[in-house]
Design a protein around this ligand. Structure first.
Ligand code: PRP
Length: 208
């Protein structure tokens, strides 16, 4: 049995569809209920619904053999897992954004609001830029609007949130998408099962 951590929400539903089409169905998962664990012994899979930002922790600590996590989470938390495949879904980009028309004054410490302090720090330290990180947990776009920060480092998907709040992308840091990750020990001990799943998912993704 392969234990798979799926990210709860829209991305998780897309990802489950890929796994289902790739030969790892679990019909019970589609039932409307609040269960979090679903298994299909015939297909050799057990799925869990996990908060997206927690998937890497479940996989790193072997509560799940594999999982699907955004590249943003992998860059921020740097879990000790193997990254096996890019599923090509959940695509967006990590950006620096700020108020429209406001220029960066490079002689001043930049106040950066973000959910991703590690990504922000490494981006600016590569430019030898002094920054002051303001760690927030959501609605990051509010920070420059209320003068809490000069810019934000955040995910931009459609760009709608920025647009509707008079903000704009200043720089793109890195493209993001969902990645299939594996626990290092599971990868060794369940190698045939995990590589088979990876192959089937890869084949399915290439066909679509
Ligand atoms: C994310 C991100 C942006 C928004 C970008 O927020 O932090 O706020 O999506 O999407 P868009 O470019 O399509 O508008 P999320 O929905 O995760 O909520 P949050 O504010 O709680 O972080």
């Amino acid at each position: 049995m392969i234990n798979i951590a799926l990210p709860k929400g829209r991305l998780g539903e897309k990802v489950y569809q890929i796994l289902e089409q790739a030969g790892y169905p679990c019909p019970a998962i589609r039932e409307e209920n609040r269960k979090l664990v679903f298994e299909n012994p015939a297909a050799g899979v057990r799925y869990f619904w996990v908060k997206p930002s927690d998937v890497a922790i479940y996989v790193e600590r072997a509560a799940a053999d594999i999982g699907i996590a955004g590249k943003d989470i992998l860059l921020e938390y740097q879990p000790e897992v193997y990254e096996l495949a890019d599923l090509g879904v959940g695509t967006c980009r990590m950006c620096v954004a700020g108020k429209k028309g406001v220029r960066d004054r490079r002689d001043q410490t930049l106040r950066v609001a973000t959910k991703f302090p590690k990504i922000a720090k490494s981006y600016y330290s590569a430019q030898s830029r002094d920054i002051d990180i303001i760690k927030l947990h959501g609605s990051i776009e509010l920070a420059p609007l209320l003068g809490l920060s000069d810019v934000i480092v955040d995910i931009v998907e459609t760009g709608k949130t920025l647009l509707e709040n008079d903000l704009e992308v200043k720089e793109t840091i890195v493209p993001i998408s969902a990645r299939l990750i594996a626990n290092r020990v599971s990868y060794k001990f369940k190698h045939p099962e995990i590589t088979q799943l990876c192959r089937q998912v890869d084949e399915y993704c290439r066909q679509t």
